[in-house]
Unconditional design. Structure first.
Length: 102
């Protein structure tokens, strides 16, 4: 179990560096948050609780990787979005037209 926890820890930090690249404040805030969560739960011994925490950590990593998009202020009221290649790959365009019933 320890190996999996360390793996998740490293993955979260790698994802943090990709998602918040060039944003020192966000990088640092995410670093502190990740380290804090792992430190707060380092003495957890219940396999069920550890599994639950691992699931939450994996969900957070996936959410960061696939849903967070970075924006850069390029001028007055202008925001340039910086998509990454692993962003929105699995998202299906949303269609709000009701399907016709036969």
């Amino acid at each position: 179990m320890g190996h999996c926890v360390l793996q998740l820890f490293k993955t979260l930090h790698r994802t943090r560096q990709q998602v918040f690249k060039n944003d020192a404040r966000a990088l640092e805030a995410a670093r502190i948050k990740i380290n804090e969560e792992f430190k707060n739960n380092k003495n957890e011994t219940s396999p069920e609780k550890i599994e639950e925490l691992m699931k939450i950590g994996s969900d957070v990593e996936l959410l960061l990787r696939t849903s967070v998009i970075q924006g850069i202020h390029t001028g007055h009221n202008t925001l340039k979005l910086v998509p990454r290649k692993d962003l929105l790959i699995e998202n299906v365009p949303y269609c709000d037209t009701p399907t016709q019933k036969q």
